[in-house]
Design a protein around this ligand. Structure first.
Ligand SMILES: Nc1ncnc2c1ncn2[C@@H]1O[C@H](COP(=O)(O)OP(=O)(O)O)[C@@H](O)[C@H]1O
Ligand code: SF4
Ligand SMILES: [Mg+2]
Length: 343
């Protein structure tokens, strides 16, 4: 079945040679939640904005439900199918307008009359756990978590099929975060929504998504089922992300710290990575000379796809490759701390 959203080899360039997104591909199926994870500056927001036509793409294609979206702001019919919820709820609501007015705006843009739009706004506010009376109040009267609920209600007003959530919980405290994730999960189930769920936090993404795409400096490093990417990733960068995620118990913290030592290089002996190399080479403990000069292409590794020169697809069992095999998989090297195979 055609995916609802397909991002194919998309690059986004900003002035002064910043390539924020580098030939990235991902899909979101109908009713599916896909997590987009990576550290700050990896290009996550830019991908979301590119899908909405808020930044032009330099190359590649963005296809919504079989129709290519050209380089233009998503308006009209398309706008009603795609909505984005931003990290900072304050920034997405007009402080001079009542909450009801802001929430009803997409519904009005989609053709609803003002009475119907107002009714819809009150209904939507209730569906995100706020009282209908909130419609008559102003954004400043609400807490951060409540404002994020308002922003979600607003995104839902146009009855979108796909909602791009850009770090919707990262400005909230922990308990509000959990409530927000539960709200998004129940909305997804009740409305059959698809989500592209953006976060720097692998644990949050794992909680929300069926599939995860790992981004580093604009390039997709690894993708696959959320459970696998978050517990047994193959790519050295995803492994470092996994080992950096906060864990509660002390033994797991110690194990993660030891793993990070093996995975992340303190200083690089490699020449600076050229534009065609692996963007992660300077930090990767498994980098070989080829990593600095050639871009790794994604290869299928069971249900994962991994873009890494040191992953060995011929073995088929990447985590059980003989450790003495110096061109063995990154996964093997990372798990066992093989430092011999590095150039
Ligand atoms: N409007 C812009 N102009 C110039 N550079 C930008 C702009 N927006 C983002 N960038 C740069 O693009 C890269 C990716 O940014 P962003 O997509 O915001 O990453 P993330 O959301 O993963 O933190 C960063 O290097 C950032 O500085
Ligand atoms: S081994 Fe090479 S290709 Fe793989 S992540 Fe490290 S630097 Fe990139
Ligand atoms: Mg961002």
């Amino acid at each position: 079945m055609t995916p609802l959203l397909s991002v194919e080899n998309v690059s986004v360039e900003f002035a002064r040679g910043v390539t924020a997104v580098d030939q990235a591909s991902l899909t979101v199926g109908r009713g599916e939640t896909v997590g987009l994870v990576g550290e700050s500056g990896s290009g996550k927001t830019t991908i979301g904005r590119a899908v909405l036509g808020l930044v032009p793409i330099a190359s590649g294609r963005i296809i919504l439900d079989g129709t290519e979206i050209q380089n233009e702001t998503v308006t009209g019919r398309l706008a009603s199918r795609l909505q984005m919820v931003f990290q900072d709820p304050a920034g997405s609501l007009n402080p001079a307008r009542t909450v009801g007015y802001s929430v009803a705006e997409p519904a009005r843009a989609a053709g609803a009359g003002s009475a119907a739009a107002g009714r819809r706004a009150r209904e939507l506010l209730t569906s995100v756990g706020l009282p209908a009376e909130a419609a008559a109040r102003y954004p400043r009267e609400f807490s951060g978590g409540q404002r994020q609920r308002i922003a979600i209600a607003r995104a839902l007003a146009a009855a979108p099929e796909l909602v791009i959530c850009d770090e919707p919980t990262s400005s909230l405290d922990l308990s509000t975060q959990a409530q927000m994730l539960n709200l998004l999960t129940s909305l997804r189930e009740a409305r059959g929504l698809s989500f592209l769920f953006i976060s720097h936090d692998l644990a949050v993404v794992r909680h929300m998504a069926e599939r995860v795409v790992v981004l580093y400096r604009g390039m997709v490093m690894e993708s696959g089922p959320a459970q696998l990417v978050s517990t047994r990733p193959l790519h050295p960068y995803s492994q470092a992300l996994r080992a950096s995620a906060p864990v509660a118990d002390v033994a797991a913290q110690r194990q993660n710290r030891a793993e990070r030592h093996k995975l992340i290089k303190v200083s690089s002996s490699l020449p600076a990575t050229g534009p065609d190399g692996c963007p992660y080479a300077a930090r990767c403990a498994f980098a070989a000379p080829v990593c600095a000069s050639q871009r790794p292409q994604p290869v299928v590794a069971g249900s994962l796809e991994v873009a890494c020169h040191r992953y060995d697809p011929t073995s088929g069992h990447p985590q059980q490759v003989d450790l003495t095999d110096t061109i063995g998989s990154c996964a093997t090297a990372a798990h066992e701390g093989d430092r011999e195979g590095r150039a």
